[in-house]
Design a protein around this ligand. Structure first.
Ligand SMILES: Nc1nc2c(c(=O)[nH]1)N[C@H]1C(S)=C(S)[C@@H](COP(=O)(O)OP(=O)(O)OC[C@H]3O[C@@H](n4cnc5c(=O)[nH]c(N)nc54)[C@H](O)[C@@H]3O)O[C@H]1N2
Ligand SMILES: Nc1nc2c(c(=O)[nH]1)N[C@H]1C(S)=C(S)[C@@H](COP(=O)(O)OP(=O)(O)OC[C@H]3O[C@@H](n4cnc5c(=O)[nH]c(N)nc54)[C@H](O)[C@@H]3O)O[C@H]1N2
Ligand SMILES: [Mo]
Length: 769
């Protein structure tokens, strides 16, 4: 059959699990998905009260995302993906002793990531027994004793790595860093290292703080919102309420994203009875620019170039100019170099790299300069590139040019990942601690913390690969699956002497067997946490620096679970038998841990009092008040050469994305409703013209190659509304394309969102024929 005929047939034949989705985000589909999640996970017997207590002042913080809770509403705030996160944790399914007796480790390895977690909650501490190839139950004391012995057996504390995923509470994370520093290392690989590290490293240099500067109130006052490289319909669904309120006020929402994402286009709020019962929905984006994958820095430079040009024209016409000259003079350094750099960058290069026309970029700039107050939101589409930190600093440059920092209705808004990833950092999970913090920690607890910098995630994996690090303790997460290059990572994990996983659910990282592999099951957010002095609650910090309480109340999944703080205390006592730190006393009443946090981090003054107030309190963010905690005391314009993946003519750049039915490495189900995918994940999204250029058609089987040994074979290619020369595939499957060494040199963040690849007809298809 001639190629064209085959393509035509393919275009007309239905493709399994691929059908365009026409509806808005939210709506009845969201309600249906929640009903299914409840049925699949909780059956009829379990407590669905949990869903109503999510993000309420008396309930628990949703484990889904770090978007803040509106303080003004007391009614239930509906969020489909929050409901999925809760039902996944509050599931009626269990992986108990009988489960592990039935399934060997070798057999479990063949299960998919979805099947492994879907099997249910962990119920007992487990250790791998190599004689039987099964995980077998062990007592808590035995588990702690083995961990303590393993850590004490190392020649040097720097041979151990202590991972933290962002669900741990402030209390658990603080105790964890205390134990680790008392033990003697700063090796804190952390999920931030794969996520917003470009924000943590880049913003302090620009504006003196590594956090967002806006609060929810600013969204009520802003004149324009830019959403760059994030997908709130899936990853921060509660943000859609904020965006639709702004849209209804007539605030322009400008999107820059290679993919058309329904959650940025249209929203039908399940909270809005009239909207639900009518065919209408709220239009969100007022302008949608499909920037090429990796093309953001060029786009941002283009916006600044257009702004400088319009400013010059305005001055020439006798106007006052479009830059905030008073702000720039009083608050910033570096404008001359920035201007020189932007002026030296030609439009040809800007449009080629960004994939956007000059007119499109000028229109974005015009909305930007016509607005008095602008909020700029961004996510992984900005940070997960080799130039991720530079991207973040270009965003800050753009905002500073018009004084959009530290005034109501304006500022920078990084969409953080895990629900407490920001808080974990605030209370000391960092491989590069500051001296002042260490001095206070040492003074309060009578220890001598190590001063040498430790490992972040990529460095820890490298040390494990080289055999320099021999033990890994993970407080949550699924590190081996989250990191790039599974071949290299899996091998590194299997070399370890000791691997300890503190988890709610069993996952693939547990199956990378070390000489000693231990799994410790912990309580989740939703569950009642009873300690010696009574029921406890924890605190978290959201992405707008609000610290508030979270109270679980469901009956724990099993009687033998411990809380994360109790597990850390158990490990600490077994590892540091001579420690004078009163571990049990601290865990008996979490107020005592909070008092200690206050002693080490003065910003938490009156912590126990203020966090008991409704809605909690906001930590100080200097830049929100135009106080710049930089060495110069000013905000800095920072100049970066145009790099990034999209420079080469003809190259295809692949980005990795989350489906609507996933929470990072947790795969709730195989649908991606808003992108029209059902029951599968083995797809590649591509522009129809890029397919045609390669003699490919919608529905063909393709192989994607990123380099020797790095390929994804036999995937179905889907023609999609995506920028030219840009491909997208789901994470974590596509992690086999990303090299461990391919990361941002400033932040260590892997380049998950810019992988140079080639795409061709699949050799699997040829074999089948
Ligand atoms: N339900 C759910 N909620 C989550 C998570 C989850 O997995 N599921 N994960 C949590 C975590 S840890 C995080 S970090 C956040 C992640 O939240 P997001 O940052 O929204 O996550 P992603 O899905 O990785 O990517 C988002 C968007 O970036 C776009 N993009 C890809 N490459 C580029 C690029 O080069 N430039 C631009 N401008 N855009 C690009 C993609 O098309 C996609 O729309 O969400 C958190 N919340
Ligand atoms: N290709 C590609 N790779 C990526 C990304 C990408 O966009 N593309 N994104 C990166 C990002 S932003 C991140 S944050 C990382 C995510 O990396 P991680 O944080 O390591 O991974 P998660 O999938 O969030 O962790 C899931 C596990 O957490 C455990 N868990 C759930 N709740 C709790 C709890 O309350 N306590 C404890 N102790 N454990 C719990 C469960 O057992 C579950 O198996 O992945 C990164 N990897
Ligand atoms: Mo993340």
């Amino acid at each position: 059959m001639a190629k064209e005929d085959a393509n035509q047939i393919a275009a007309h034949e239905p493709i399994r699990g691929v059908e365009p989705y026409d509806g808005p985000a939210g709506g009845w589909g969201a309600l249906k998905a929640v009903a299914m999640a409840i049925r699949d996970q909780m059956g009829t017997s379990t407590d669905t009260r949990a869903l109503l207590k999510m993000n309420q002042p008396t309930g628990f913080d949703c484990p889904g995302c770090a978007w803040p809770d509106p303080q003004k509403t007391s009614s239930f705030e509906f969020c489909e993906n929050g409901a999925k996160a809760v039902t996944w944790e509050a599931t009626a399914k269990r992986v108990d002793v009988a489960f592990f007796a039935r399934h060997s480790a070798t057999a479990l390895w063949e299960w998919s990531d979805h099947q492994l977690e879907d099997a249910g909650r962990l119920t007992h501490p487990l250790a791998y027994d190599s004689d039987s190839d099964h995980f077998v139950p062990i007592g808590w004391d035995e588990a702690f004793a083995r961990i303590g012995a393993g850590l004490r057996a190392l020649d040097d504390p720097n041979q151990a790595e202590f991972y933290c995923s962002g669900r741990a509470s402030n209390e658990a994370a603080f105790l964890y860093q205390l134990m680790v520093r008392a033990y003697g290392t700063n090796n804190f690989p952390d999920c931030s290292n794969m996520c917003h590290e470009g924000t943590s490293v880049g913003l302090p240099q620009s504006i003196g703080v590594g956090k967002g500067t806006v609060t929810l109130d600013d969204f009520d006052e802003t004149d324009a919102i830019f959403c760059i490289g994030h997908n709130p319909g899936t990853n921060h669904p509660r943000m859609l309420s904020t965006l639709s309120a702004a849209a209804r006020r007539g605030v322009p929402i400008v999107v820059a994203n290679p993919m058309k994402e329904r959650g940025l286009e249209r929203f039908k709020s399940p909270q809005h009875p009239t909207e639900m019962l009518s065919p209408s929905s709220t239009q969100l984006a007022s302008a949608y620019h499909q920037v090429r994958v990796g093309g953001d820095s060029a786009m941002l430079k283009g916006m600044m170039k257009a702004l400088f040009e319009a400013d010059a024209a305005d001055l020439a016409a006798g106007g006052a100019g479009l830059l905030d000259r008073a702000f720039i003079a009083e608050h910033t350094l570096g404008i001359t170099d920035l201007r020189k750099d932007v002026e030296a960058t030609g439009w040809e290069e800007i449009t080629r790299r960004s994939g956007l026309s000059k007119r499109a970029i000028e229109s974005m700039a015009e909305i930007y300069w016509k607005a008095e107050r602008v909020i700029l939101c961004y996510g992984m589409g900005i940070t997960q590139h080799a130039n991720g930190t530079a991207n973040v600093q270009e965003l800050a440059n753009l905002l500073l040019l018009r004084g959009n920092m530290g005034k109501p209705g304006a500022g920078i808004c990084p969409l953080r990942g895990h629900s407490n990833v920001q808080g974990d950092r605030t209370v000391g999970i960092t491989e590069i601690p500051g001296e002042a913090m260490l001095e206070r920690l040492d003074a309060h607890f009578g220890i001598t913390s190590p001063r040498a910098h430790g490992h972040a995630a990529v460095e820890s994996l490298q040390a494990m690969r080289e055999g320099k690090s021999k033990a890994l303790i993970s407080l949550g997460g699924n590190l081996a699956v989250a990191m790039p290059d599974p071949d290299a990572c899996f091998e590194a994990f299997r070399k370890l002497d000791l691997s300890v996983n503190i988890l709610t659910k069993f996952n693939r990282t547990c199956l990378l067997l070390a000489k000693e592999t231990i799994i410790l099951p912990c309580l989740g957010r939703t569950e009642l946490d009873e300690q010696a002095e009574g029921p406890q609650w924890i605190t978290v910090e959201d992405s707008m620096s609000m610290v508030h309480a979270s109270r679980g109340f469901l009956k724990p999944a099993a009687s033998d679970l411990k809380s994360e703080p109790a597990i850390v205390a158990g490990m600490a006592k077994a590892t540091l038998p001579d420690s004078a730190i009163p571990w049990d006393w601290l865990v008996a009443d979490y107020d005592r841990i909070r008092d200690a946090i206050e002693a080490v981090f003065p910003d938490f003054r009156d912590f126990n009092t203020r966090v008991r107030q409704k809605g909690g309190f906001r930590l100080t963010v200097g830049a929100s008040e135009r106080k710049w905690n930089t060495p110069s005391g000013k905000a800095h314009f920072l100049v970066h050469p145009l790099t990034g993946a999209s420079g080469e003519e003809g190259a295809l750049i692949l980005t990795t994305i989350r489906s609507h039915d996933q929470y990072n490495t947790t795969i709730y189900g195989l649908n991606d409703r808003y992108r029209g995918i059902t029951g599968r994940r083995d797809v590649i999204f591509a522009h129809a013209d890029d397919l045609a250029d390669r003699g490919l058609a919608h529905g063909d089987l393709v192989d994607i190659h990123a380099g020797p040994g790095r390929s994804l074979n036999g995937y179905t290619v889907v023609a999609h509304d995506i920028a030219r020369r840009s491909l997208a595939a789901y994470y974590p499957e596509a992690n086999c394309l990303v090299q461990l060494d391919d990361h941002d040199r400033s932040s260590g963040t892997p380049s998950y969102k810019s992988v140079r690849v080639t795409m061709a007809h699949s050799s699997l298809a040829a074999n089948a024929a």
